[in-house]
Design a protein around this ligand. Structure first.
Ligand SMILES: Cc1cc2nc3c(=O)[nH]c(=O)nc-3n(C[C@H](O)[C@H](O)[C@H](O)COP(=O)(O)OP(=O)(O)OC[C@H]3O[C@@H](n4cnc5c(N)ncnc54)[C@H](O)[C@@H]3O)c2cc1C
Length: 396
C-alpha cells in the first residue's frame, strides 16, 4: 500500500510551507502562529489572525474545493486537508467553518441571495462564523435541541439558550440550529438560520474552560430576524448539519500538532534531568517514549485511512470516529506522560520560576481535556464504531 502523497500534492505542501515561512517573518507571526494555545489555536479570534486569513485568501487557499462558478478551483478536498495540516502544525487558524460547513451547505442548498451575499465574503475572509448547535441537554443528543424559532409577521422570533458556542464573542454571523416544529420526530423539526451576531436580544456570556479556552453561553430573548434568515428548506436543518459534517471530515482531523508535540517531548527527554540524572538514561522513560512513538505513528495511519476512504468517494464515518477517538486520547496520554516524567515540578505554570519547558506540559494536560469532548465525545465515537463499523445493536 502506498501511503505517500502524489508528486503534485507534495509540491503543493512545499508551496504552503513556503507561504508560511514568509508569514513567519511578519511582525504578527507570534500572535498568528501559536501552537501553545492548543485547542483554540485554530480560531481567527484576533485582528492579526483575521489579517492572516486574508493572506490565505489572497494566495488562493480558501474555497479550493468549491466549484469554479462560485469562485473556487474545483480541487479535490484533500488539498484543504493538506493546507490545514500545515496550518495546524504551526498553530495558525484553520480553514473550516466558513469554507466547509457554511460555504458548502450554501452552495448546495442556499438561496441565490445567500450565495451572492456570503460566498464572496467567505472567499475573501471578510467574515467569521459561530456554529450554534449545542444546548444544555442537547450535546451528544443534538436533535433534542429546543431553542425555538417561531414564524411571525415578516420573519422569525427566536427564544432559548445555546451553550459552548466557541466563537460567539468574535464572530460576525451565527450559523444557528433552531427548532421550528415540536411535533413528530425530533430530527425533522430543526431548521438552520444565518443571523448577525449583533442582533438585538442576543446575550453572550463567557465560559472559562480548564484549558484556558474561551467558549460561551448565549441567550436569545425575542430575537427577530427576517424571513430570509432561513437557510435552505424549512425543517431540513438536521440533513444539512449531517451533510456539513461529511464535508468537514477532510479538514477536521489533523495529526501535525501531535507529531510536533511529540518532537518537543523527545527534545525534553534528551535535554532535561530529574534528581540530577539525565532523563534519556532512565529505562522506564525510554520505554514510555518508544510506546508513544508507536502510538503517534498509529494516529498518522488512522488519519491516512480517513483520507484514503474519502478520496475513494466514500463517507469515512467510522474511520473518522476511530481517528478522533485515538488521536485525542493520545494527546492526553502524551501530556500525562510528560507530567509523570517531570514529577512535581511539571505542575508549575507557564511563567513560574523553574517551571520545566516553561509550563508547556502543565498547560497541555489541562487543554487536551477538551479535545475528547468537542466535536463529539469519545463515548459517542465508540458508539459510531460499534454500531456502524461492527454492526452491534443500538444501545438504549
Ligand atoms: C472546547 C469545546 C468547544 C465546543 N465548541 C462548540 C461550538 O462551537 N458549537 C457548538 O454548538 N458546540 C460546541 N461544543 C459542544 C460539544 O459539541 C458538546 O460539549 C459535546 O457534543 C458533548 O455534549 P454535552 O457537553 O452536552 O455532554 P453530554 O452529551 O451531556 O455528555 C455527558 C457525558 O455522557 C456521555 N454520553 C452521552 N451520550 C452517550 C451515549 N449515547 N452513550 C455513551 N455515553 C454517552 C458523553 O460521552 C459524556 O461523557 C464544544 C465543546 C467543547 C468542549
Amino acid at each position: 500500500m502506498d501511503f505517500e502523497f502524489s508528486a503534485e500534492q507534495q509540491q503543493f505542501i512545499k508551496n504552503v510551507q513556503a507561504f508560511l515561512a514568509e508569514e513567519a517573518k511578519k511582525p504578527y507571526a507570534r500572535e498568528v502562529m501559536n501552537p501553545e494555545r492548543e485547542a483554540d489555536s485554530m480560531l481567527a479570534d484576533s485582528q492579526e489572525r483575521r489579517e492572516f486569513n486574508k493572506q490565505l485568501a489572497a494566495n488562493g487557499y480558501l474555497g479550493m474545493s468549491w466549484p469554479d462558478e462560485f469562485g473556487g478551483q474545483a480541487k479535490e478536498g484533500i488539498y484543504e486537508y493538506l493546507v490545514n495540516e500545515e496550518l495546524a502544525s504551526v498553530g495558525a487558524p484553520l480553514i473550516g467553518k466558513g469554507v466547509g460547513c457554511v460555504g458548502k451547505t450554501l452552495i448546495r442548498h442556499g438561496s441565490e441571495k445567500h450565495k451572492a451575499e456570503f460566498l464572496p465574503q467567505i472567499l475573501n475572509a471578510d467574515i467569521e462564523f459561530c456554529l450554534g448547535y449545542s444546548e444544555p441537554g442537547a450535546g451528544s443528543d443534538l436533535a433534542s435541541l429546543k431553542l425555538k424559532a417561531e414564524e411571525v409577521d415578516g420573519g422569525w422570533k427566536l427564544n432559548g439558550q445555546k451553550i459552548y458556542n466557541t466563537s460567539a464573542h468574535f464572530a460576525d454571523w451565527y450559523w444557528l440550529a433552531a427548532r421550528t416544529n415540536s411535533d413528530g420526530r425530533k430530527h425533522e423539526g430543526i431548521s438552520l438560520f444565518l443571523i448577525p451576531m449583533n442582533s438585538e436580544g442576543i446575550t453572550i456570556n463567557e465560559i472559562k474552560t480548564m484549558g484556558d479556552h474561551r467558549t460561551n453561553e448565549v441567550f436569545f430573548d425575542d430575537v427577530f430576524v427576517p424571513q430570509d434568515a432561513l437557510v435552505g428548506e424549512l425543517h431540513k436543518g438536521w440533513v444539512y448539519i449531517c451533510e456539513a459534517l461529511d464535508y468537514e471530515r477532510f479538514t477536521l482531523y489533523t495529526v501535525g500538532p501531535i507529531q510536533k508535540k511529540f518532537d518537543v517531548f523527545v527534545d525534553m527527554i534528551k535535554n532535561e534531568t530529574r534528581n540530577g540524572k539525565a532523563l534519556k538514561d532512565d529505562p522506564l522513560v525510554r520505554k514510555t517514549v518508544a510506546q508513544l512513538a508507536t502510538d503517534v505513528e498509529t494516529a498518522v495511519m488512522l488519519q491516512r485511512r480517513v483520507i484514503c476512504a474519502a478520496v475513494k468517494g466514500g463517507v469515512p464515518t467510522v474511520e473518522a470516529a476511530q481517528c478522533k477517538l485515538y488521536s485525542t486520547q493520545l494527546g492526553q496520554r502524551l501530556a500525562n506522560a510528560a507530567l509523570d516524567i517531570l514529577g512535581p515540578a511539571g505542575m508549575l505554570h507557564e511563567g513560574v520560576e523553574h517551571a520545566p519547558c516553561d509550563g508547556k506540559w502543565e498547560h497541555s494536560y489541562r487543554a487536551t481535556a477538551l479535545d475528547t469532548i468537542g466535536g463529539g465525545t469519545s463515548e459517542v465515537q465508540k458508539n459510531i464504531i460499534a454500531r456502524r463499523g461492527l454492526g452491534l445493536p443500538l444501545q438504549i
